[in-house]
Ligand binder design. Structure first.
Ligand code: CP
Length: 299
């Protein structure tokens, strides 16, 4: 599996440029048969549907895989499942899994693998669509100030975005409950109080509370969390005039963000979702070209 953290900034820029071309109407199709399976062992709406649309737009053959009805339930390992799909003729597998670094056990796989999110690890396709959204807005990352706020510790979105944004020249700031912040993240940015961060940043990325990854139940009520750590209407007024609001979604309206701000003028949240299709087209094309598959542009 090609890791976003190992991709050069030139390669990342190339993927972003291709994603932007797709958003502007560029059409490419695979020149030969390419079979793809999406394996989602964890729930998803955006990532799963946008990968499916991306695959269809690229002319790939999508083969249905139902995790709940697969032989994983008879004890087959993920590696044997992938090797089986490979033997049958699948060329690329898109995988979301609750286990962080599930891909470590797939080193023997020869087919192309795309990570659609691993536990608290990484969410590279989300990072690419987020970067694409920022690039559309600001053109460049150098010197741009990006705040990542909320449940940073349990967020694979925060991991993928912070590292990539820093490497591309952005300044990254974090905020949120200190219990949900891992000091290891300080290699990528600075921790600030939310009210100080708000005044600084050009991009404010709010994060969902990852209840499913917590050991203990949250002690604060939704409205207490919003007041203390969330983006309220009062806080939104303190943002820089051209600053934008992002959120990977799903959104808990009235928890990490006031429900009315989800569609406010600054919000790019639904734009991020639209960009997800184009970002995933660019990722699939990049990964498949590394496997010597070819695409042709349709004029
Ligand atoms: N942002 C994101 O990964 O959403 P889904 O869980 O709905 O795919």
């Amino acid at each position: 599996m090609i890791k976003l953290s190992r991709l050069s900034t030139d390669s990342i820029s190339g993927i972003l440029s291709e994603a932007l071309d797709f958003a502007n109407g560029k059409v490419v199709k695979a020149k030969s048969d390419v079979f793809v399976a999406n394996l989602f062992f964890e729930d998803s709406t955006r990532t799963k549907v946008s990968f499916e649309i991306a695959e269809k737009k690229l002319g790939l053959h999508l083969v249905q895989f139902d995790e709940k009805k697969s032989s994983i339930n008879k004890g087959e390992t993920l590696l044997d499942t992938i090797k089986t799909l490979e033997a049958i003729g699948i060329n690329v597998a898109v995988i979301r899994h609750q286990q962080t670094r599930y891909y470590d056990e797939l080193k023997d796989a020869r087919l192309a693998l795309v990570n659609a999110g691993d536990g608290v690890g990484h969410h590279p396709s989300q990072a690419i669509l987020d970067l694409m959204t920022i690039k559309q807005e600001f053109g460049d990352f150098k010197g741009l100030k990006v705040g990542i706020v909320g449940d940073v510790k349990h967020s694979r979105v925060a991991n993928s975005n912070a590292d990539t944004l820093r490497r591309l020249g952005a300044k990254v700031y974090f905020s949120g409950p200190v219990d949900w912040f891992d000091e290891a993240m300080l290699v990528n940015g600075t921790y600030l109080s939310f009210d100080n961060l708000l005044k600084e940043v050009d991009v404010l990325m709010m994060l969902r509370i990852q209840h499913e990854r917590h050991q203990e139940k949250m002690k604060l009520t939704a409205s207490e969390y919003l007041k203390k750590y969330g983006l309220t209407k009062e806080r939104e007024k303190k943002m820089k005039p051209n600053a934008i609001i992002m959120h990977p979604a799903p959104i808990n309206r009235g928890v990490e963000i006031d429900g009315d701000l989800v569609e406010c003028k600054r919000s790019r949240i639904f734009k991020q979702m639209s960009n997800g299709v184009y970002a995933r087209m660019a990722i699939l094309k990049y990964v498949l070209e590394k496997q010597s598959f070819e695409f042709e542009e349709i004029k």
